[in-house]
Write a protein that binds this ligand. Structure first.
Ligand SMILES: [Zn+2]
Length: 278
């Protein structure tokens, strides 16, 4: 199981960078909700299932795509999400490209992985913020939830998880880019994903969240500098992914537990999605 998770992470990071190297045009406005998932699930009903996990703050629908091999008995699942931060356009572009890549691939590594795992892909998590970056503010980061006081909108969805919520590195000011929200999982987008994953906590073996920009493979902890009990294994997996990326065009990724290795103890990120299950 471990080796397969390792291959899955290496594949995801590698192909994300390949997309960037190819100067992929992520300036195409991707459908946030129904259109693309409906088309793709209708085209490949035996490979993809579309799962509605809830409405956003502005009542847009958030869909997860489940990719599977209908003839196999998967031993687990891997979760991949894109677009938690609205302005990081390459992330939703990657997730949607990756779905098609998995479907079309004849590579035995891909088909082997799909025999062992179901893959849950959330192509655009922050659907409201993503739309807002197209219509109003290209560099918007948060969701669009309204707050009781003041005129500032939005919560940083990657500071809203129940993992040392709103500690150092997050803000309780609704006008801040790192506003943590009213309480853990106060935002419907975070609540929807947290509930979905909790309901499948024994089944989901790996969690991957795609951001931009920079070239890093980060793993827990983000909110504290100590190492997780899985540190050695996570470090090994990250190193494999980084080696795979470098083998294509020599692109160098940094890797490590984010609070210590990546930020060298200078920054901590409380309430981040990556820490929730660590
Ligand atoms: Zn981000």
């Amino acid at each position: 199981m471990f080796m397969r998770v390792e291959r899955c992470l290496a594949m995801v990071v590698l192909h994300c960078q390949v997309l960037i190297d190819a100067d992929t045009d992520c300036g195409i406005r991707l459908p946030w909700g129904t259109t693309n998932p409906r088309e793709i699930t209708n085209a490949y009903p035996s490979f993809i299932q579309k799962i509605l996990i809830g409405p956003s703050s502005e009542k847009r629908l958030i869909y997860v795509l489940k990719l599977f091999n209908g003839t196999a008995s998967p031993k687990g699942a891997v979760w991949i999400d894109c677009g938690i931060h609205a302005r990081e356009w390459i992330a939703p572009a990657f997730c949607q490209w990756f779905v098609q890549y998995l479907i079309d691939s004849q590579d035995t590594m891909i088909t082997d992985i799909l025999k062992s795992f179901e893959i849950y892909i959330l192509p655009i998590w922050n659907v409201d913020g993503y739309e807002y970056t197209w219509t109003t503010d290209r560099f918007w980061r948060k969701n669009l939830s309204k707050h009781h006081r003041g005129q500032c909108r939005g919560t940083d969805l990657n500071r809203n998880w129940d993992a040392s919520w709103c500690g150092p590195g997050a803000s309780n000011n609704p006008c801040s880019q790192t506003y943590c929200g009213r309480h853990p999982e106060s935002e419907p987008e975070v609540k929807a994903v947290a509930t979905f994953i909790r309901q499948r906590s024994d089944h989901i073996k790996g969690y991957i969240s795609i951001h931009s920009y920079s070239q890093m493979v980060m793993f827990p902890y983000s909110y504290k500098t100590s190492k997780s009990k899985d540190h050695k294994e996570l470090n090994y997996i990250a190193q494999k992914a980084v080696t795979a990326v470098r083998s294509v065009h020599g692109t160098n990724y940094r890797y490590g537990n984010s609070a210590t290795s990546i930020w060298e103890g200078r920054a901590q990120l409380p309430g981040a999605a990556e820490d929730r299950r660590a």
